[in-house]
Design a protein around this ligand. Structure first.
Ligand code: LLP
Length: 422
């Protein structure tokens, strides 16, 4: 459930009409709903209510705006980061180091050092070379790095191939068969303290079965590791629970059902539970608001050329992803709809948001909203075609604020310098 609804025929974010944001901030613009973010976070808390101890480590990569992190951090969220940049964002948002887990296959020594200096809950280690590097960095500093090893359970997450991570062929984690050996090595290394086990099998999962299989393997591994003498007090279950991108009856499982799977598979181990949801918290808490520039009547189809483009929201071009596109001014019931190819201004055909979107007749200057754009939207944007990164706005009840400003052209160009031989 989200807080983007029509009221008096105008799409609102909570109590704010999107027409007002478009008028005051301009388009294209990302708009986030604080109430929706809060609601989604609370739903995960309810899903883990049974656990004696848990931490919801929001996956910062999904939407890393500092205001979003601050809102979630103030609700008690931990953070899952994959770079020192994300770590810095989380800390800037006031999240203490002991609530931050550091994931990712390519942590550099500098990143390890900075995270250890700043404080970190745990490193989710993804390979033996990384483990050795971390041991060297931590012991060189006279520090101890708490770790979980990310184990690859070799299950099929049944999601888009670009975002499946739990198969043996993927670059992530250590094969289950080698896990005991790697833990034994970790226990011997200076500067390393084993605290848990980590898994993450993919993103936009719409079926709980892969989770059940993976987590059952995690439970077996935890028992085996304890027999080997390791203290395993935390289980990091990863993220990945999918969201409904289409408003039909095929909604993915709910967080509460996901929480039950965790309980049934690892609940008896007495571990502190960590989860890393990103999309499920932020995805449906945001829309991309855009204005029609032209309606172009082609030979066999009509194009809606909007002011947002693939550089602002790359998911359709990159994954063939579907985002509902809706008019901001609601069409009267029963009004005829017509197919449009909704495209951006960028000079390649991949800059197509949807072919044949059924929409009421629209004209230049009309506003449309791309739904479910709160996760992997702004964070994946680029300045391709020298289009400035678009602003982000947070709505909270009747108020709203710009939480990332649109850069001026001067600001964009000022980062570049000419070599002195020119
Ligand atoms: N934890 C780890 C270790 C991850 O790699 C990810 C996502 C998450 C948590 C959060 O997954 P979520 O709950 O958001 O599904 N750009 C793609 C999604 C990439 C996800 C990468 N890893 C997209 O737009 O669909």
């Amino acid at each position: 459930m989200d807080h983007f609804n029509y009221r008096d025929g105008v799409l609102h974010a909570e109590d704010v009409p999107l027409t007002r944001i478009a008028a005051e901030v301009g388009t294209p613009v990302y708009v986030y709903s604080a109430a929706t973010l809060t609601r989604h976070f609370n739903v995960f808390q309810q899903a883990l209510h049974w656990a004696p101890d848990y931490l919801i480590c929001y996956a910062v990569k999904a939407n890393s705006n500092i205001a979003v992190l601050k809102l979630l951090g103030d609700l008690g969220a931990g953070m899952d980061v994959v770079s020192i940049g994300e770590y810095a964002r989380a800390r800037t948002a006031g999240v203490p180091g002991e609530r931050i887990v550091f994931s990712g296959v390519g942590k550099t020594r500098d990143e390890m050092r900075l995270a250890l200096e700043g404080g970190i809950r745990q490193f989710n280690v993804e390979s033996e070379p990384e483990l050795l590097a971390l041991s060297e960095v931590a012991s060189g500093m006279g520090a101890v790095a708490p770790i979980a090893v990310r184990v690859n359970p070799d299950v099929d997450a049944k999601t888009h191939e670009k975002i499946a991570t739990g198969k043996a062929e993927n670059k992530f984690g250590i094969p289950l068969a080698r896990a005991r050996e790697v833990y034994a090595q970790a226990a011997r290394l200076p500067g390393i303290e084993v605290v848990g086990v980590d898994m993450h099998i993919g993103s936009q999962l719409t079926d709980l079965e892969p989770y059940r299989q993976a987590y059952a393997k995690m439970a077996d591994l935890t028992r085996a590791l304890r027999e080997d003498g390791h203290v395993i007090s935390r289980l990091d279950m990863g993220g990945g629970l999918g969201i409904p991108y289409r408003r039909d009856n095929n909604a993915p499982p709910l967080p509460i059902e996901y929480g039950q799977v965790i309980r049934e598979t690892v609940g008896d181990l007495g571990c502190s539970i960590e989860i890393e949801p990103g999309r499920n918290i932020a995805g449906n808490a945001g829309v991309l608001l855009s204005r029609v520039i032209y309606v172009k009547n082609g030979e066999d189809r009509d194009f809606l050329i909007v002011d947002a483009a693939m550089n602002d929201l790359i998911r359709p071009a990159m994954y063939g992803a579907h985002h509902d596109i809706v008019p901001v001014i609601e069409a009267p019931p029963g009004v005829e709809r017509q197919p449009y190819d909704v495209v951006g201004p960028i000079c390649e055909s991949g800059d197509t948001f949807r072919k044949g979107a059924e929409l009421p007749a629209l004209s230049a200057e009309d506003l449309v909203a791309f739904r479910s754009a709160g996760a992997y939207g702004a964070v994946m944007s680029s300045e391709y075609n020298t289009r400035p990164l678009i602003p982000e706005v947070m709505v909270d009840g009747e108020r709203f604020a710009v939480i990332r400003a649109r850069p001026t052209l001067e600001e964009m160009l000022s980062r570049e310098t000419l070599p002195d031989w020119f």
